[in-house]
Design a binder for this molecule. Structure first.
Ligand code: UDP
Length: 322
């Protein structure tokens, strides 16, 4: 198949490209290189099945052309990472709302299947465990910029479902849960895992926000990619929303301790108020645990990589980058 990956030079997009190329597909990777990096796709630039296009999803004409040429679109391009979103909410919303609108409209015009990357952030600040895809979303105030990412992704989901129901667009929505692995930004803009791993390797203080009792369900990138590929291939997923996650709940303090141990670092673990990183008027998400039942039932997907093993791979990769 001929596959278009928007955000194809990004952290997840580039891993997805590797996997699809290995399966013999042709991959066009579109990226505006705002967060994506050539280094992530360097090894594929000479591959006969791979083409990189530097461009933006807001460019309607370009999108029309690329979408017409492919059979399926993995739409991963987005402004991601809490730090990026709170520092430039305008850019985040332009890309995450209008950009997705351009992709969906064009995909609909050409009746091309879309796998839309959404996020566990959509659930907001609910404390429920085993979050199911049809559970309520609990959102904070519009005066707290953090929630614009959640709101934008929810709007994308509504838009995709409306195109599906009213215009017969084949679409699958996948909600990623704290994906981590090689190629994460070492500054940790997109993930606490990258931040802690690099702090530990540098023997600098590991900066836990608040008491560190907030939890996440970290999903190794190989699993994230496996779930994404299945979403694009399993016919029964059409029109569905699916959590792509591993249901292993870990506190941020525990994550810091694991990374400190695994790196053999002499770093101390310090606690900082969230405001130091994200400014005043910030709200964190205290708990985020998925139900994985639906993805298992519909896709036959089960995330396999335990946190300790995934962290080993990720830390090893960061070590090699030095
Ligand atoms: N976090 C932290 N120290 C850091 C960076 C992040 O304690 O240096 C915390 C952050 O406040 C949040 C959790 O780690 O509670 C996950 O943050 P991340 O930005 O990775 O993703 P999120 O799930 O919040 O989108």
């Amino acid at each position: 198949m001929r596959v278009l990956i928007t955000g194809g030079a990004g952290y997840i997009g580039s891993h997805l490209a590797d996997r699809l190329l290995a399966e013999g597909h042709h991959v066009v990777a579109l990226d505006n290189l705002s967060l994506g990096k050539i280094a992530n796709i360097q090894h594929n630039l000479e591959h006969p099945g791979f083409r990189f296009v530097e461009g933006d999803i807001l460019d309607k004409r370009l999108m029309e052309q690329l979408i017409e040429e492919c059979e399926i679109i993995y739409h991963l391009a987005a402004v991601v990472g809490v730090k990026h979103v709170v520092s430039d909410p305008l850019q985040a919303m332009m890309t995450n709302v209008w950009g997705t609108g351009v992709v969906l409209q064009s995909a609909c015009d050409h009746q091309r299947k879309v796998v839309l990357a959404s996020s566990s952030e959509v659930y907001g600040k609910t404390m429920k465990s085993a979050l199911a895809e049809d559970d309520d979303r609990v959102q904070g105030s519009t005066q707290v910029s953090r929630w614009c990412y959640s709101t934008a992704k929810a709007l994308d989901e509504h838009l995709a479902l409306a195109y599906h129901r009213q215009r017969q667009l084949p679409v699958v929505i996948i909600r990623y849960f704290n994906s981590y692995g090689p190629r994460l930004d070492p500054q940790g803009y997109g993930s606490v895992v990258a931040k802690f791993a690099n702090q530990a390797l540098d023997d600098q203080s590991i900066t836990v926000h608040g008491d560190g009792q907030q939890t996440r369900s970290f999903t190794y990138v190989d699993d994230t990619v496996q779930g994404s590929v299945l979403a694009g291939t399993v016919e029964a997923a059409n029109g569905e929303v699916l959590n792509i996650a591993r249901a292993e709940e870990t506190s941020i303090l525990r994550l810091a301790e694991m990374i400190k141990d695994m790196t053999g670092s002499s770093s101390d673990i310090v606690h900082l108020p969230h405001e130091r990183e994200y400014g005043e008027n910030f709200e964190d998400t205290s708990r985020r645990v998925p139900s994985v039942e639906k993805a298992e039932r519909i896709l036959g997907f089960k995330a396999e990589v335990p946190l300790a093993k995934g962290l080993e791979q990720t830390i090893g990769w960061f070590r090699n980058q030095r």
